[in-house]
Write a protein that binds this ligand. Sequence first.
Ligand SMILES: Cc1cc2nc3c(=O)[nH]c(=O)nc-3n(C[C@H](O)[C@H](O)[C@H](O)COP(=O)(O)OP(=O)(O)OC[C@H]3O[C@@H](n4cnc5c(N)ncnc54)[C@H](O)[C@@H]3O)c2cc1C
Length: 379
Amino acid sequence: MVDFNLTEDQLGLRELAREFTRREIIPRAEHHDRTGEFPTEICKKAWETGLMNLHIPESCGGLELGTFEGVLLVEETGYGCSGIGTAMEANNLAEAPVIVAGSDELKKRVLGPMTEEFQMASYAVTEPGAGSDVAGIKTTAKKRGDTWILNGQKMWITNAAKADWFFVLASTDPSQGHRGMTGFVVPRTSPGLTVGKKEMNMGQRASDTRGLSFEDVEVPDANVVGGVGQGFKVAMAAFDHTRPEVAGMAVGVARRAMDEAIAYAKERKAFGQPIASFQAIAFMIADMAKAIEAGRLLSWQAAWLIDQGQRNSLQAAMAKCFAADEAMRIATDAVQVFGGYGFNTEYPVEKLMRDAKIFQIYEGTSQIQRLIISRHILS
Ligand SMILES: Cc1cc2nc3c(=O)[nH]c(=O)nc-3n(C[C@H](O)[C@H](O)[C@H](O)COP(=O)(O)OP(=O)(O)OC[C@H]3O[C@@H](n4cnc5c(N)ncnc54)[C@H](O)[C@@H]3O)c2cc1C
């Protein structure tokens, strides 16, 4: 049986997220987009409200909510501002490898404190020379006694400015390629770890991305996530949990773009009538509505599968690719509906168009999602 009804708890969470978005995110979105200032206060309030770190296990003091709940939440925050939404969401990406593969001791030590005080964390896999090609990373970790010594660089690390710890992927046996990689939890205070300057990005400017540099950074053996040589698998497995949420947030951006387009199209007159009465505009909005529904259903399906303990890599790739591409198209069409005003920073849709673009890039580009989909379909 398929049941699209949400439970009381799910409806309550979505309402809480919607209200938080209306009260805390929407009024501050323009400021953070213009200044690039990190939304620390909003994230702190979200943490206090129980809207961050949804998936931390109950055994570590967390809520242990599913990916499905995460999808419901991020559609709302993405509606308000996906830059702020991403700043709130990045913890989940860093925590996912630890939740999926960390030892009980590591989970308690690293995830426990995140439920007790406001902390942030980052997922650090991408490097200046390797993004899509994760197997091409050059950061190394060499064993010395009970510790590992990390050297290398990371790039585009979301929330790096604020992270208390990083999930870092490094090569522990370069001769083994992706089978010789290991994931580590690296505390921010580790000597030899340097966080770079804030990158000035096109969109989602409230979110913070920086490079990291590791110079003989010592990490205890106890901070290995999921075993030596398991890092690539663990880093990729995290995406099965997080890509449905990225898709959900892209749906939120698309929904906002459609709402803005509808309101404007009903109000703006041309040739003596509201532009919504022109079929060219009305059909653009119809296409927005159907893509939003489809993107939502794909993200719900991908989330539901992983919450049931089933494989979802294919569905997560489909959801992420579809929702990201459609968010970009819908935001572009919303700018079109606004005409010249759409191109102007006084109106809301140009920000949505800038913000939408990153969904086609981070957590695996749309080309990489198609690669995953085609390999599944053709194999
Ligand atoms: C704002 C922002 C936030 C980010 N946050 C994080 C983060 O928190 N942690 C983290 O680890 N990374 C993060 N990233 C990195 C992001 O995941 C990478 O940028 C992305 O995976 C693409 O890698 P790349 O930039 O090296 O591009 P490349 O891999 O060099 O790709 C360039 C182009 O080639 C295409 N391409 C590459 N290989 C193939 C192929 N086999 N077939 C077809 N096309 C291909 C790509 O699709 C793309 O269009 C972030 C990036 C940005 C911009």
